[in-house]
Every structure is written in structure tokens, then in C-alpha cells.
Design a binder for this molecule. Structure first.
Ligand code: SF4
Length: 264
């Protein structure tokens, strides 16, 4: 296509999708008809005494949808239980089911939205450009190996055209995430982006209001922050994510680099 040619339909759709996604990360819930104020999250930056590192097991009603799921006690058993999953309409178009990777005893878990094209092709979460940025945050910023943490998504199969997962798909797949969390028992979870945070916390508050404030997921500390894909488009906000990550590091008792530790 030369510079004077009009963009094709796919390019226009991709551009609009990127723009809407960016608005969403910045706190806009779709395109509202009226400008009603968004409720603010209750800040919980200082640790509530009720949040314990060794929290009680996650209530089994979160995975009671699938009989036998609560009996899986290792990640391998859970993966076997999920099998060649056909439990929602995302199954037919996936290349690979993207389960999760990392340390099964990790103190820190990262949870994203769902696989993109690169992840679908390789069967591993966060391996595309956004994944490389997440790896940089972990390895160059936090000073630990990607293999030291556990990384997964709310949805295990790629939605077509990278659309947002739909409520029935989330309902079908989230019991697997909750079981993953219960098996790994991390001390802290970082929720990456609007969708993952809202899906786990069951809130409608935009990520721009939630980020940087500790939340509670069933007794486990949960830090919402921006998705790495958003940071690729808005690199100026990397400093906010680095601030959120430093809060997590402080909570986990990790040394914080004096300067220049953030991924760039
Ligand atoms: S998205 Fe989840 S529930 Fe749907 S087919 Fe994939 S693994 Fe199964």
C-alpha cells in the first residue's frame, strides 16, 4: 500500500481497537452517554492487619463448577484435569491452550487477561512484545528470574481477533485460575490490566483508579497495575508500574535497586 492509499478495513479496525483499549486502560468504561463520575477504589496501600501471608485456602465454591477440580493438588494434576478443554466457545479456534508457566511454589504470581497470537502459537503466556516487557520488569527491574514467579491468564484460550473475553467464557475458565492460585498459594498477585483485575476482583472500577492500591483476593494481597501492552503504547506510564512493583517488592522483603531498576 502506498502512502496515498486509504487504509484497509482491518487496519482501521485494529487502530480503533487499540484506541478503545487505551481509553479503557486510562479509565474510560467504553464510550459513556453521560459523564457520571467513576467511583474511587478504597485505597489500602498500608497493609490491613487482616491480610496474612499464609492465607486460608480459597473457598471451594470458586471452583465447584467442575466436580473433581478441588481435588487437584498440583499444577500437573490441574493441567491434566483441564485436558483438551471444550468447555467454552473459545476452544475450536485456539492453536494451544495456554495454561501458565513458572515456579509452582512462587511467592509472586502475575495474572493477565488472556493469550494473544504469540502466546496461542507457543502455548506460553506473555511471550510476545508485551511479554518481553513483563520479563524485563521481572528480571531487570526486580532482579529475579522469570522462572522464579508464576505467570498465567484469566482465560486460557485466545479470543478471536484479540477481542475481550466474554462473560460466559470468563465464567467457564476462571475456576481454573482460582485453582491455580490455590495450588501455588503466592504471597502476592500482580493483576495486569483492566480486564484481569476486574475479572479477579469482580469490580467495575477502572485500572487507572485501582492501580497502586493493595487489594485483597481471598486473603492474598493483590496489586493491580497496567498491562505491559498498554505500556508499549504509553511508555510514560512505566514509572507508575515500577512504583507498583516496588510496593510488591517491599511487601515481599525484596531489596529495591537504588536507581535505574525499572525496565525501560
Ligand atoms: S478458555 Fe478456558 S474454558 Fe474455554 S476452552 Fe479454553 S480452557 Fe476451556
Amino acid at each position: 500500500m502506498d502512502a496515498s492509499s486509504p487504509p484497509d478495513r482491518r487496519t482501521i479496525v485494529a487502530t480503533i481497537r487499540d484506541y478503545v483499549e487505551q481509553l479503557r486502560e486510562e479509565g474510560m468504561e467504553g464510550l459513556p452517554a453521560s459523564a457520571s463520575p467513576t467511583p474511587r477504589a478504597t485505597p489500602a496501600a498500608s497493609a490491613p492487619a487482616s491480610i496474612k501471608p499464609d492465607a486460608a485456602p480459597i473457598p471451594s465454591e470458586l471452583f465447584s463448577k467442575y466436580p473433581g477440580l478441588e481435588k487437584t493438588s498440583t499444577l500437573d494434576e490441574l493441567r491434566e484435569f483441564i485436558g483438551d478443554c471444550q468447555r467454552c466457545k473459545l476452544a475450536p479456534r485456539r492453536t494451544n491452550l495456554v495454561f501458565g508457566v513458572g515456579n509452582p511454589n512462587a511467592q509472586l504470581m502475575f495474572v493477565g487477561e488472556g493469550p494473544g497470537a504469540d502466546e496461542d502459537a507457543r502455548g506460553e503466556p506473555f511471550v510476545g512484545r508485551a511479554g518481553q516487557l513483563l520479563t524485563d520488569i521481572i528480571e531487570r527491574g526486580m532482579g529475579i528470574s522469570r522462572a522464579d514467579v508464576y505467570i498465567c491468564n484469566v482465560i486460557k484460550c485466545r479470543p478471536p481477533d484479540n477481542r475481550n473475553p466474554e462473560p460466559d467464557e470468563v465464567a467457564a475458565c476462571e475456576p481454573f485460575l482460582f485453582r491455580q492460585i490455590d495450588i501455588v498459594r503466592p504471597r502476592a498477585i500482580v493483576g495486569l490490566g483492566t480486564f484481569a483485575v476486574q475479572a479477579v476482583l469482580k469490580v467495575k472500577i477502572p485500572i487507572s483508579k485501582l492501580r497502586g492500591n493493595w487489594q485483597d483476593f481471598r486473603g492474598i494481597r493483590f496489586m493491580p497495575t497496567f498491562h505491559p501492552a498498554y505500556l508499549l503504547r504509553t511508555p510514560g506510564d512505566k514509572r507508575l508500574v515500577w512504583a507498583d512493583i516496588q510496593e510488591v517488592m517491599k511487601y515481599l522483603g525484596m531489596p529495591i535497586p537504588r536507581r535505574g531498576g525499572s525496565a525501560s
